[in-house]
Design a protein around this ligand. Structure first.
Ligand code: TMP
Length: 237
């Protein structure tokens, strides 16, 4: 499908139109950001690694019956996706305490969460993605009750599939963020699933294998993403 005009530049991806208004091309760039864009760097190969990683995860989710925007990978750094009308609410599932939950509640990092928690954040760079609840989403018209119920159910299904998949490969899926959108009235999983938007720890050593390596200046960021992929059987070359 022909790549047409640039529609939108996000922090790590660019979105292009195609001749068919139902489809877009997303390009995964090497740009890496944290702390709401305050820390910015280019990490060689990250665009390619995340595009290949995301394609693999979206395929696994489709195989498990979860509808996603992914159509197919087009090149090292580009994928063809369905054009969704995005719901501006980020869904976060947590299996272990980390990140903002640790700061907010003063609990110990790594505390297992039974059952896993489900949280909503408003997708707003200007406001730094504040945490919201269902009443806010309804009152401000960001999502309907039915959409929120569906997004929560899909997020928990994604967690079942991926937590088991990472566990079998020797990793803990600590937490992750999903974004959903509407395609001809149906809610599909959009955006991406990569180590940029989740936390993954080695089961034996609890070594961090995700974007916390970048946030915390631990180094070896893309190498860790590739290690995660290799453990899942993904080939990047
Ligand atoms: P948090 O601990 O900062 O709230 O993040 C929880 C998980 O969700 C973590 O894996 C990072 C991911 N996340 C994003 O990728 N982008 C976001 O805007 C938010 C709020 C979370």
């Amino acid at each position: 499908m022909e790549k047409r005009e640039l529609l939108y530049t996000g922090k790590a991806k660019s979105v292009f139109a195609t001749p068919d208004s139902d489809y877009l091309i997303i390009e995964f760039r090497d740009d890496t950001s944290a702390f709401n864009g305050q820390k910015l760097e280019q990490l060689a190969r990250k665009g390619k690694v995340n595009n290949i990683f995301n394609t693999y995860i979206m395929q696994r989710l489709e195989q498990a019956g979860i509808a996603t925007h992914q159509v197919k990978q087009l090149s090292d750094t580009e994928s063809l996706v369905r054009r969704l009308q995005m719901i501006p609410v980020e869904c976060v599932v947590r299996n272990y305490a980390a990140g903002s939950l640790v700061k907010r509640l003063g609990v110990e990092e790594g505390l297992p969460l039974h059952p896993p928690t489900f949280e909503l954040f408003l997708k707003s760079d200007a406001l730094g993605d504040p945490m919201i609840n269902e009443a806010h989403a309804l009152a401000f018209g960001w999502a309907t009750h039915e959409q929120l119920v569906r997004m929560q159910a899909l997020s928990m299904q994604v967690n079942d599939v991926l937590a088991n998949m990472f566990d079998a490969a020797g990793m803990m899926l600590v937490d992750f963020k999903l974004e959903f959108g509407l395609f001809h009235g149906e809610i599909l999983l959009g955006d991406e699933f990569s180590p940029d938007g989740c936390r993954l720890w080695d089961k034996a050593t609890r070594k961090k294998l995700d974007k916390d390596r970048f946030r915390q200046g631990l180094g070896g960021v893309v190498e860790a993403y590739e290690e995660v992929g290799h453990r899942l059987g993904i080939k990047f070359d």
